[in-house]
Design a protein around this ligand. Structure first.
Ligand code: SF4
Ligand code: SF4
Length: 458
């Protein structure tokens, strides 16, 4: 198997007492963007000298700026079913929790989608528990169809990323045919004994089957996959090397690795507390991991959900995170029910600001909130996307797209303040575009948007 536990433990052990000089050598290499070896990553994980930490954040910030510019991709989760046959120790939806479970009807899915569209969202992450009887693949396909078909005035969902349990090549082919965006699956933990302890007696309990899910997805033609670890289940240093080895395995076998990595930290949920988890991450360690992953895999998007507080999200946006959710509900039917007092949530969120508040915060910090979904719609996925990203040309595409989608948002869903902030930002940022043809195109498209045209992109 491509996650070699003994090897990871040896690399971590041999880096344990890394000296200040050794850490500095790795930081110098990181600056040159020449890539990092497993040993380099393990050494960086040992950094705790204040000066070297600040240097590491600076390097990660520069790498992020050079690849992603100022744009931050926005998305929201949509939970459609909390039926689940598994008993993941850390999750509020686990089978042994007794509460009235539900699965949304297609009318209810459409209702949720309309609310999300009214919030300005264009990109969703479809979420549900694993239950082959109550929520089989056919149900997921129906939901996808409903989501793509549901429109609300100018609102439409243009990309649905799907987070469903590990499944067969056959089922992945069905998802591919239904036009999913990224297939998201968290390994939760790469450490096999911890994995087995966290997933007792369940479908999800088969470590190898779960670990090879992306292999089957890619065999089925899903070339856009998003990984993740639930930090807090096992040694975080082990997890970082696990993520790297998984990514390298896919690159070697299929020519393309993770499109995104999600970095949730374990949170309290219905029926569990954090007392029995000895590997919880401090904020300091969490920030360090974000920076190291950004340096190690510069072209892989880093996702942060509303599990984290507004303060932490703001901090890690500086040197790592490129995608955030906003205005999220993590309960089934949660957007419809939010006003009524809420449904059972999969976990407790920490950033409860509205979408508009999140956007204002991003704009005030100089970011361009982006609702762009152009790559996927132009078929630029998997290897084609990575080629473009690595060529640096994506800069001429993403930033103008981010500005157009921001203006579209501001015109349709923003208040006066958002519109003014967006206009000022677009004016300032468009000056920095180097190519005159792109500058002119952007200016013309912004005018077209003001006159009522929609969905313009490069
Ligand atoms: Fe079910 Fe997923 Fe929760 Fe596990 S993490 S109990 S599979 S919903
Ligand atoms: Fe993402 Fe592609 Fe849009 Fe760039 S152009 S923001 S890579 S979808």
């Amino acid at each position: 198997m491509f996650i070699d536990h003994k090897y990871i433990e040896e690399v971590l052990e041999s880096s344990k007492n890394a000296t200040k000089e050794e850490i500095q050598e790795v930081l110098n290499r990181a600056k040159k963007s020449k890539g990092l070896s497993h040993k380099d990553i393990a050494i960086l994980l040992e950094t705790d000298n204040e000066e070297q930490l600040s240097e590491m954040y600076k390097i990660a910030g520069e790498i992020k700026e050079s690849i992603y510019g100022k744009r931050i991709v926005m998305f929201a989760p949509l939970y459609v079913s909390d039926y689940c046959v598994n008993n993941c120790v850390y999750c509020g939806y686990k089978n042994c929790n007794t509460f009235k479970r539900r699965r949304l009807t297609q009318e209810e899915v459409a209702q949720e989608v309309k609310i999300l569209e009214k919030m300005g969202h264009k990109r969703l992450a479809l979420e549900l528990g694993e239950d082959p009887v109550n929520a089989p693949i056919e149900y997921v396909l129906e939901c996808l169809d409903t989501i793509y078909k549901t429109q609300n005035r100018n609102g439409e969902i243009r990309r649905v990323n799907v987070n469903i349990a590990a499944t067969t090549v056959e089922n992945y082919k069905k998802l591919k045919k239904a036009n999913i965006g990224t297939y998201i699956l968290f390994q939760e933990t790469y450490n096999k004994p911890s994995y087995e302890a966290m997933h007792p007696k369940s479908l999800k309990g088969d470590y190898n089957y779960h670990l090879t899910a992306f292999d089957r997805a890619m065999e089925a033609g899903v070339d856009d996959v998003g990984a993740g670890v639930l930090f807090g289940l096992a040694d975080p240093k082990f997890e970082v090397l696990g993520l790297m080895m998984h990514n390298e395995h896919l690159e070697k076998k299929f020519g393309v690795g993770f499109h995104t990595i999600s970095m949730p930290r374990i949170k309290p949920a219905e029926g569990m507390t954090l007392e029995n988890f000895p590997n919880l991450l401090t904020d300091e360690m969490f920030k360090k991991l974000v920076a190291i992953i950004r340096i190690a895999v510069p072209f892989t998007g880093l996702i942060m959900s509303t599990r984290e507080t507004a303060e932490i999200r703001r901090e890690v946006l500086k040197y790592g995170v490129s995608q955030v959710s906003a205005g999220s509900s993590t309960g089934v039917g949660g957007y419809t029910e939010r006003e009524k007092g809420g449904s059972i949530e999969q976990f407790i969120t920490s950033d409860s600001r509205s979408t508009l508040e999140v956007l204002k915060g991003l704009l005030d910090d100089g970011y361009i909130p982006s609702y762009c979904t152009a790559c996927y719609r132009k078929g630029r996925t998997g290897e084609r996307f990575m080629k473009l990203a690595k060529s640096g040309e994506i800069q001429n595409v993403c930033e103008p797209n981010a500005m157009m989608t921001l203006m579209e948002f501001a015109l349709d869903y923003g208040d006066k303040e958002i519109l003014e902030k967006a206009e000022a930002l677009v004016k300032k940022e468009s000056e920095r575009i180097k190519r005159d043809d792109i500058k002119i195109l952007l200016k013309n498209n912004i005018e077209k948007l003001k006159k009522g045209e929609r969905d313009l992109y490069l």
